[in-house]
Write a protein that binds this ligand. Structure first.
Ligand SMILES: Nc1nc2c(ncn2[C@@H]2O[C@H](COP(=O)(O)OP(=O)(O)OP(=O)(O)O)[C@@H](O)[C@H]2O)c(=O)[nH]1
Ligand SMILES: [Mg+2]
Length: 430
């Protein structure tokens, strides 16, 4: 990220040097090489987002990880030699290593070793901008750190800086477990306040009966680009991973003045660290409580199905089981004619859009409004003008519906209005 220095990676203070990274993956059990390869490609994207340049890729096939060194002895030796040859700064594993494995591998390879979880936490630490985002990342990092403090002396010596060492760890590592626990407690309390505040504003929105649509999906699927198209905003969208961390909520006004809110939020990824999901609950609740979620899918991703199931899994993990979900295939401009046809065959109701060139967006808005029952129905409502509660209801009709006729006859107020379907019950449909 612009302006962010990678501590300790440069001879000249204040100047960031990109680190030379080696990627290591395992093809375990019945896993396929192709899947492991794709997973390593994704790891490469993550490493780049954390400021690394990939200079080496290593894949090993073995039934299961070695309990002490993760890779087999021969492979570790080979890794050490290649890492020295290519002048690697950091070795990144595509899995989560146990604290013991981390230490063993580091000793044998003689380089800094970072696992997938640490890498993701590191990117989040770089991206966090708001106080809320920073608190959530800090909590996840502290929780990751706590069980790893057993070998504190080795852990402390790892503070060379760079990938995997950013964030609160740099100063907090010097404290003992008790102090980390105290900090976890304090950060959790702060996050709890944030959660309460968010819940209150959701409650207010609910009372004002403006429905919320949340964009969910794998990282880099195009959520922010679509958010900008829908809301005419200019939030940062980029090809890097995990660009968006803090939820953004903006109103969208449809041509006939109906209104809804759209929320953009953090992207998901396969094997999202559990500590991170837990820490980001306040943010994710924005999604869970939405009236409708659009699952934004990168239609052109080669491993589209795997990504879709990763998203569904995270949604399940955050308790979004009853959330109405609408699959939206984005980046359809990048599909060939045949690929598009295959997609429509596979899922006839699939919405194919392009946030980039606007294709399919009108149809998407239409589908959203009917799913939210925002489409209107013409009804005649009658009220007693002497009743205070009826006068409130009349005011509400004017706020939320389009009034076509208003007349008073025989002491009764009669209003003909176009009312959004979802409000029919509440406005007193007669
Ligand atoms: N070809 C094509 N590219 C797109 C489309 N929509 C988005 N992109 C590109 O995909 C990349 C990711 O877009 P973002 O909108 O940042 O994705 P995101 O889902 O918000 O990503 P995170 O916030 O990192 O999770 C950018 O380079 C966009 O320009 C599309 O419809 N077609
Ligand atoms: Mg985004």
């Amino acid at each position: 990220m612009a302006g962010q220095r990678l501590p300790g990676t440069s001879g000249r203070p204040g100047v960031a040097r990109r680190e030379r990274a080696a990627l290591v993956g395992l093809i375990a059990g019945r896993a396929r090489r192709l899947d492991a390869d794709r997973s390593l490609d994704e790891l490469a994207g993550l490493a780049q987002a954390a400021g690394g340049d990939i200079v080496l890729r290593v894949l090993q096939e073995r039934p299961k990880p070695d309990p002490s060194t993760f890779l087999g002895a021969g492979k570790i030796q080979m890794l050490a030699a290649s890492a020295a040859e290519t002048d690697v700064d950091v070795v990144i594993f595509d899995n989560e290593l146990t604290p013991a494995q981390l230490r063993q591998v580091e000793e044998k390879v003689g380089r800094k070793v970072v696992d997938r979880t640490q890498l993701i936490l590191d990117i989040f630490a770089r991206r966090a901008r708001t106080r809320e985002g920073k608190l959530q990342v800090e909590l996840a990092q502290l929780k990751y750190l706590l069980p790893r403090l057993v070998g504190a002396s080795t852990a402390l010596s790892r503070l060379g800086g760079g990938i995997g060492t950013r964030g609160p760890g740099e100063t907090k590592l010097e404290t003992d477990r008790r102090r980390i626990r105290t900090r976890i407690h304090a950060v959790s309390e702060d996050i709890e306040h944030v959660r309460k505040r968010r819940a209150q504003s959701r409650e207010r929105r609910h009372k004002a009966s403006v429905p919320t649509v949340a964009l969910v999906g794998y990282t880099n699927a195009g959520k922010t680009t679509l958010f900008n198209v829908l809301t005419r905003a200019d939030a940062e969208a980029s090809d890097a991973l995990f660009v968006t961390l803090d939820p953004l909520i903006r109103p969208v006004r449809l041509p006939d003045s109906r209104e809804l809110l759209v929320a953009d939020t953090v992207g998901f990824i396969d094997r999202l660290p559990h500590a991170l999901v837990a820490a980001f609950r306040a943010t994710l609740e924005e999604t869970v409580d939405a009236d409708l979620a659009l699952h934004i899918i990168d239609a052109a991703a080669p491993d589209r199905d795997r990504r879709m199931s990763a998203v569904r899994q995270v949604l399940e993990e955050v308790g979004a089981v009853n959330l109405p979900l609408l699959d939206v295939y984005n980046k359809c401009d990048a599909l060939t004619f045949d690929e598009r046809r295959r997609l429509q065959d596979q899922d006839p109701s699939a919405l194919c859009v392009s946030a980039l060139n606007g294709q399919g967006i009108d149809e998407l808005v239409e589908t959203m409004t009917s799913r939210l029952a925002l489409d209107v129905q013409r009804v005649t409502l009658t009220f007693d003008p002497d009743s205070a509660s009826d006068r409130d209801r009349i005011a509400r009709v004017y706020r939320h519906a389009r009034v076509a006729l208003h007349e008073t006859r025989d002491g009764q107020v009669s209003i003909v209005a176009d009312v959004p379907r979802r409000l029919l019950g509440r406005l007193g449909h007669v």
